[in-house]
Design a protein around this ligand. Structure first.
Ligand SMILES: [Zn+2]
Length: 179
């Protein structure tokens, strides 16, 4: 089944993430969200009925309770758009590695600001050293992303015109997302 994006707003109408239309539909079915807009021509069918797919929903949480917590490998790759932080090469999913900027052996932690996506050759070259020690520099400074940034990167390439138009309606600046 093709999954379409549904924009998720918090209690105060701030965009916080993106769910699949199927998940949004399920939340609506369970009365766990309010549907604000539907897709005009995308539907969800059951054997007997057809329902319009949710385009924008609102869930009863506050954005500050919806922040990304501890990073996962995959979330770091998605945040960095699979771009090696040292050489700028786009790395394949299977070849992407995680670099601790300050190595673990020197007290570097598993946290957003200390982790970057790295290709295997840069990772080998850097080894167990800091970028300064290795004479390598970072092309970008890693930050803790918002849940929405991760969601936008995760869904990029799968956004249709209707979805892009609601992103701008709700003030999401898609232009700032690295493509
Ligand atoms: Zn590299």
């Amino acid at each position: 089944m093709v999954l379409y994006p549904t924009l998720v707003l918090d209690k105060t109408y701030l965009p916080i993430t993106i769910f699949s239309h199927k998940k949004a539909f399920l939340l609506d079915y369970l009365n766990r969200c309010e549907v604000l807009e539907y897709y005009s021509s995308i539907t969800i069918s059951s054997p007997r009925l057809e329902y319009p797919a949710p385009l924008v929903i609102r869930i009863p949480v506050l954005m500050r309770h919806w922040q990304t917590t501890s990073p996962t490998r995959r979330a770091v790759f998605i945040r960095d758009n699979f771009i090696c932080a040292y050489c700028g090469k786009v790395v394949k999913d299977s070849e992407a590695t995680i670099d601790h900027i300050v190595p673990k052996s020197k007290g570097g932690k598993w946290e957003w600001e200390n982790l970057v996506t790295c290709c295997s050759s840069c990772n080998q070259k850097k080894g167990d050293r800091t970028p300064q020690e290795a004479g390598m520099s970072l092309l970008y400074k890693p930050k803790r992303p918002t849940g929405l940034q991760i969601a936008l990167n995760r869904w990029k390439g799968r956004m249709n015109r209707e979805f892009l138009s609601v992103l701008s309606t709700y003030g999401v600046d898609f232009g700032t997302v690295a493509i």
